[in-house]
Write a protein that binds this ligand. Structure first.
Ligand code: SF4
Length: 255
């Protein structure tokens, strides 16, 4: 879930490489990580009650159409993507249709989202790669998805988890912020380089219902623990969350 002020940025190449490395190394480190017990099952429970009914979350959506949605969600609000995505999936049922499309057609279609030239080029490259290297199918593994130019870690993990039931965390600035606040982790602004928080994200993954857990974490980040106005006063975690306690005890939360 992406709300105003919480958009995912296009990362630089060197940043992406560091991020990929930490993704895999923190998976091993997670074996010795002991998450707070109150977080076990919390996000699955949250999702069961508060799941946002975004159209690309429907089980019938194809991996290719989910991939389109996740690529469009970079630097864009979910509500804006929800206006364009239905037109995209009608016009492009599969990668070959997208590959054959004129760039100018794509640019026109994507214009309401902004960054239309960049997005059109990215989508053309992605569809070409799917056809050339994966016989027109979307691969289900994070490492295979990451080998496709213009697919970042968030997108790869989302597709692998939501469409191929891979047990991987969905880690972006929003979910890291939530975990960082709860644990009181201090790593300056860049939690994306914190191996502890990444390890926690891995360690929190349930054996079952991994997709629901990730949806819950994303929606909690977008609905409750937002960037600028976390709702600590009404948040069910406020007695256990380090940041929430700091705000409540410090009196920085308005009634
Ligand atoms: S108490 Fe506040 S900071 Fe902590 S998880 Fe809840 S909303 Fe976020």
């Amino acid at each position: 879930v992406v709300k105003s002020g919480e958009v995912r940025k296009f990362p630089s190449r060197s940043f992406r490489e560091r991020e990929h490395k930490i993704f895999w190394t923190s998976r091993n480190a997670a074996r010795t990580c002991r998450p707070p017990s109150f977080l076990r099952g919390f996000f699955v429970h949250y999702a069961r009650r508060n799941l946002r009914p975004l159209p690309w979350r429907d089980k019938s959506v194809s991996p290719f159409h989910l991939l389109l949605a996740e690529v469009l969600l970079v630097q864009t609000k979910a509500d804006d993507v929800a206006r364009i995505w239905p037109k995209m999936i009608l016009r492009y049922p599969a990668p070959d249709a997208l590959h054959k499309s004129r760039v100018s057609t794509l640019v026109r279609l994507l214009q309401p989202l902004g960054l239309q030239n960049q997005r059109a080029r990215s989508l053309k490259t992605i569809s070409a790669t799917l056809l050339q290297r994966f016989q027109g199918a979307v691969p289900g593994r994070v490492d295979h998805l990451l080998s496709i130019r213009h697919i970042g870690l968030y997108t790869a993990a989302a597709v692998a988890c939501f469409k191929f039931a891979q047990r991987v965390p969905i880690v972006d600035a929003n979910t890291l912020r939530v975990l960082g606040r709860i644990t009181g982790h201090k790593s300056g602004k860049d939690l994306r380089r914190s191996k502890e928080i990444w390890s926690l994200a891995w360690a929190l993954l349930p054996r079952k219902n991994c997709a629901l857990h990730n949806y819950g974490l994303l929606d909690f980040a977008g609905q409750v623990c937002t960037v600028n106005q976390p709702q600590c006063l009404s948040c069910t975690l406020n007695k256990k969350c380090a940041y929430g306690q700091q705000r409540l005890v410090g009196g920085s939360v308005g009634a």
